[in-house]
Design a protein. Structure first.
Length: 162
């Protein structure tokens, strides 16, 4: 089968099976060129909301695929290969809880903490941050979020951070 025939068959199957392929900038050219939606991290999750497909095949890092699913709860989000992010592996829900407990044991009450997590964290950490009234930031809005957070007169716990 020629490369062109294979591309045509893939595009036909995407249509028949109601599939949107979402590809991160870091993907190999062969994958990136077949993607219906391309971009970076949070942008992919936002853009994927516009898809009418039943399935989203996400080609990128695990935490990004989780963000796509959070913003598309009624769609099946499939990840052909669950790629990992070193930063996202720095913290999980248990480590987060242990950090909060440690701060509490040193006299910093939970209600005095404002957690902020970088987008490169898992959905479990993002959920725990949200439960405490915290926020998720990206490289483009981190300064604005932290500047506003400082006005709340709380101690900022920024994760993941080692």
């Amino acid at each position: 089968m020629t490369k062109e025939a294979l591309i045509n068959e893939i595009n036909q199957l995407k249509e028949e099976l109601s599939v949107t392929v979402v590809g991160h900038y870091y993907q190999r050219d062969e994958v990136f060129n077949l993607a219906d939606i391309t971009g970076d991290s949070l942008e992919l999750a936002k853009l994927s909301k516009e898809s009418d497909s039943d399935f989203i095949v996400f080609c990128g890092v695990g935490f990004m695929g989780e963000s796509v699913k959070v913003l598309n709860p009624n769609k099946r989000v499939l990840m052909p290969k669950n790629a990992c992010c070193a930063m996202a592996k720095m913290i999980d829900g248990v480590y987060y809880d242990n950090s909060i407990d440690f701060l509490d044991s040193k006299g910093l009450k939970k209600e005095d903490i404002l957690p902020i997590t970088y987008i490169n964290s898992g959905a479990d950490v993002k959920a725990k941050v949200g439960e405490m009234g915290g926020m998720v930031c990206t490289s483009s809005n981190a300064k604005k979020i932290i500047t506003n957070a400082l006005k709340e007169n709380k101690k900022i716990l920024f994760v993941p951070d080692r």
